[in-house]
Design a protein around this ligand. Structure first.
Ligand code: PMP
Length: 416
């Protein structure tokens, strides 16, 4: 999991200094120091992000793009700066390829609705995988139902990897869209998306990548990947909730109809005919989530300045340590043991419901997630109802993992 090079990098991070940037971490929960291990659900926010939100509302709150007054111009500039930062962050060709959305769920719905409803015909096939979040299943089911198309599913192996041989067999000239995640929220598996994209393109399909669990943890280069669409949510990247972006290749976004109608997305409106705005505004109807988009830039800068490689190395150290310690506990079964993972540790404990574990850990100030993690088909695949999931971020420490292990030992002994 951790290469020697990345171990060296991880020691370069001053985690105590980083922790000071996250005020929420410094509190007690149920009488204990908070241990926040629910980062795959949402990460905490550093002061630069919190301050950016406050400064926007205190100093230059105004509606963007249409105003000519000073505040409107300042707000527009800050909003558009995030688009430039996002373009750099994922190495898009142009900022016209970055569409702001509320996050991953909205981005998938946008593409399913606009691209899917326009280009999918009866009998066409859309491929997803067994590893997907419901957000990357349900919007495609809408399309399939409406168009009488077919949904095909890439199975996962026992370790939680996509079965690429099975994927190759699913691909055909009928395949029009392949939509998979870059990393799994339930198991942490990092998927070989470059190969998945290459194989899909060989049969003429477009590829959508759900980057919800990659945004803060993995390098993303959309030109190198050659994906057609890619999306992230700010709130999983140390940024605010309710903001994210969709990357789409310009030539695809151009031929897609608007997703929602309203202000901002139009060029000219008459009762006879409306013409649409240029990219990316064609897909940004109505007043957007200005403050959160503005602050999102500071979250991306935080990651870039801290260093994506150093952060990933630190998180992998934590994952390796937690995996070793937790797997040794009596009755623990790890769920998802792929060799390449983001910092997600999912497990069950014989005879104890994940919900009970979650509650008893919370009583000790430890926040983990329990349940199906919005991946019910994946839970079905393993014949389980859910897991306990601990997911780590840059501000987490080995000492906190020791607290988790101690908490788990107590739960297991108590429940026996
Ligand atoms: N896909 C994956 C892999 C996720 O982890 C999540 C969030 N748990 C989503 C999609 C949905 O993201 P959001 O709620 O930010 O729209």
């Amino acid at each position: 999991m951790t290469s020697p090079a990345s171990s060296t990098l991880s020691t370069a991070l001053d985690v105590e200094k980083i922790r000071k940037e996250f005020p929420i971490l410094h509190q007690t929960v149920n009488g204990r120091d908070l241990v926040y291990f629910d980062n795959a659900a949402t990460s905490q926010k550093p002061l630069v992000v919190i301050n950016a939100l406050a400064e926007y509302y205190k100093g230059y709150n105004a509606n963007i793009h249409r105003g000519i007054h000073t505040l409107a111009e300042k707000a527009t500039k800050a909003f558009e700066q995030t688009r430039l930062t996002a373009k750099e962050y994922i190495n898009a060709r142009s900022e016209q390829e970055i569409v702001f959305t509320r996050g991953v769920t909205e981005s998938i719905n946008l593409v399913a609705s606009s691209y899917g409803r326009t280009f999918i015909k009866e009998g066409d096939e859309i491929i997803v995988s067994e590893l997907e979040h419901h957000s990357n299943i349900v919007p495609w089911q809408f399309v399939v139902e409406e168009k009488n198309a077919v949904l095909k599913v890439i199975p996962v192996t026992d370790r939680g990897e996509l079965d690429l041989d099975a994927y190759r067999k699913l691909l055909s000239s009928k395949t029009k869209i392949v939509s998979v995640n870059h990393a799994s929220n339930s198991l942490g598996t990092v998927n070989p998306i470059k190969e998945i994209i290459r194989l899909a393109h060989a049969v003429g399909a477009v590829v959508f990548i759900d980057g919800a669990q990659a945004g803060a943890h993995l390098d993303i280069d959309v030109q190198d990947l050659d994906c057609d669409f890619y999306t992230v949510s700010a709130h999983k990247m140390y940024g605010p909730t309710g903001a994210g972006f969709l990357y789409g290749k310009k030539e695809l976004l151009e031929k897609m109809p608007p997703y929602q109608g309203g202000g901002e997305m139009i060029k000219e409106v008459t009762f006879k005919k409306t013409t649409y705005n240029d990219l990316p505004h064609k897909f940004e109807a109505g007043t957007p989530n200005i403050a959160d988009v503005v602050a999102f830039r500071y979250a991306m800068d935080f990651i870039t300045e801290t260093g994506r490689a150093a952060m990933a190395a630190h998180e992998h150290d934590l994952l390796q340590y937690a995996t070793e310690r937790v797997s040794r506990l009596k009755g623990v079964n790890l769920v998802g043991t792929a060799p390449e993972k983001v910092s997600v540790l999912s497990f069950t404990v014989d005879g104890i419901h994940p919900f009970d574990i979650g509650q008893m850990l919370d009583a000790r100030g430890i926040a983990v997630r329990t349940g199906h993690h919005c991946t019910q088909p994946l839970m079905d695949r393993y014949g389980i109802e859910g897991t306990v999931r601990a997911s780590f971020a840059v501000y987490n420490t080995k000492k906190e993992i020791d607290q988790l292990v101690e908490g788990l030992e107590r739960v297991i002994n108590f429940m026996k």
